[in-house]
Design a protein around this ligand. Structure first.
Ligand SMILES: Nc1ncnc2c1ncn2[C@@H]1O[C@H](COP(=O)(O)OP(=O)(O)OP(=O)(O)O)[C@@H](O)[C@H]1O
Ligand SMILES: [Mg+2]
Length: 216
C-alpha cells in the first residue's frame, strides 16, 4: 500500500481539497483507495457523508490511532492511502509524514503563505521523505504562479509541476460530496485534478489508465 500525506501547518491552504481530489481520482481509476482524516474538523469525513458513491473509503481518526487504522486499510487490500491532516498540529502532522511514501504541501501563491510553509517544511524534512509543494488556488490569469515558484525555489524544496488554479468547481463540487471530475467532467478543474493524480502515481510507480494508454 502506498501512502501520501497532505500537510500544511497553515489553515486553508487546500489540504482537504487536494486530499479528496486525489483519493477520488484514484477510486475512479478502480484503485482500492482510502482516505484517513486526522483533522478534528472532519471536513473530509463530512464530505464522505454527503457523497452518494461508496468509494473512496473515508475514515476519521485521531493521530494516535493512525498506525491501527493504516493496518485496517492494508488488511482490506488497500492500494492507496491518502492522509488529510489538520493545520497547527505538529505532532499529528509528523505522524502522518512518518507514515507516508510521499508528502504533498499545498501552498497558496501569496507571500504570507509562502513564508509560512518554512515551518511545515522544517517539520516534514526531519522524516527524510520525498516532499513536493503543490501550488494551489493560483489565479487563472497572470504570472502569479511563476513568481511564487521562484520564491519557493529559494526554500530548496521540490515544486510539483502541476498547479491547481482558483476554480469554482473545486469548491462547488465538495458541496454535494463530489470531486471536480464528477461535478464538471472535462472542465479545467477536472483536468488539473487528473494531472495532479498522474503526477502522484508516477512518483509512486502506480500505473494509471493514462500511462497504460501511453505504453500500448
Ligand atoms: N483551487 C481551489 N479553487 C477554488 N477554491 C479552493 C481551491 N482550493 C481550496 N479552495 C477552497 O478554499 C477553502 C480552503 O480549502 P481546504 O479546506 O481544502 O483547505 P485546508 O488546508 O484543508 O484547510 P484547513 O487547514 O482548515 O483544514 C475551501 O473553501 C475550499 O473550497
Ligand atoms: Mg482541511
Amino acid at each position: 500500500m502506498k501512502t501520501v500525506a497532505i500537510i500544511s501547518q497553515k489553515g486553508g491552504a487546500g489540504k482537504t481539497t487536494i486530499a479528496l481530489h486525489l483519493a477520488t481520482s484514484a477510486a475512479l481509476e478502480g484503485r482500492n483507495t482510502a482516505l484517513i482524516d486526522l483533522d478534528p474538523q472532519a471536513s473530509a469525513a463530512n464530505w464522505s457523508d454527503r457523497r452518494a458513491a461508496d468509494l473512496p473509503v473515508v475514515l476519521s481518526a485521531h493521530a494516535s490511532r493512525l498506525a491501527h487504522e493504516m493496518k485496517r486499510v492494508a488488511d482490506m487490500d488497500g492500494e492507496l492511502l491518502i492522509i488529510d491532516t489538520a493545520p497547527h498540529s505538529d505532532s499529528a502532522a509528523l505522524e502522518a509524514a512518518k507514515a507516508a511514501d510521499m508528502i504533498l504541501v499545498p501552498c497558496r501563491p501569496a507571500i504570507l503563505d509562502i513564508e509560512a510553509i518554512s515551518n511545515t517544511l522544517d517539520l516534514v524534512r526531519t522524516t527524510g521523505k520525498p516532499i513536493y509543494v503543490v501550488m494551489n488556488a493560483v489565479a487563472p490569469q497572470g504570472n502569479e504562479a511563476t513568481e511564487a515558484a521562484d520564491a519557493i525555489a529559494d526554500l530548496e524544496v521540490n515544486v510539483c509541476p502541476v498547479q491547481l488554479r482558483q476554480r469554482v468547481a473545486f469548491s462547488r463540487a465538495l458541496i454535494g460530496g463530489q470531486s471536480a471530475q464528477e461535478f464538471e467532467p472535462g472542465g479545467k478543474a477536472a483536468q488539473e485534478a487528473a494531472s495532479l493524480h498522474e503526477f502522484m502515481c508516477a512518483h509512486l510507480n502506480l500505473p494509471t489508465s493514462e500511462t497504460q494508454r501511453g505504453a500500448a
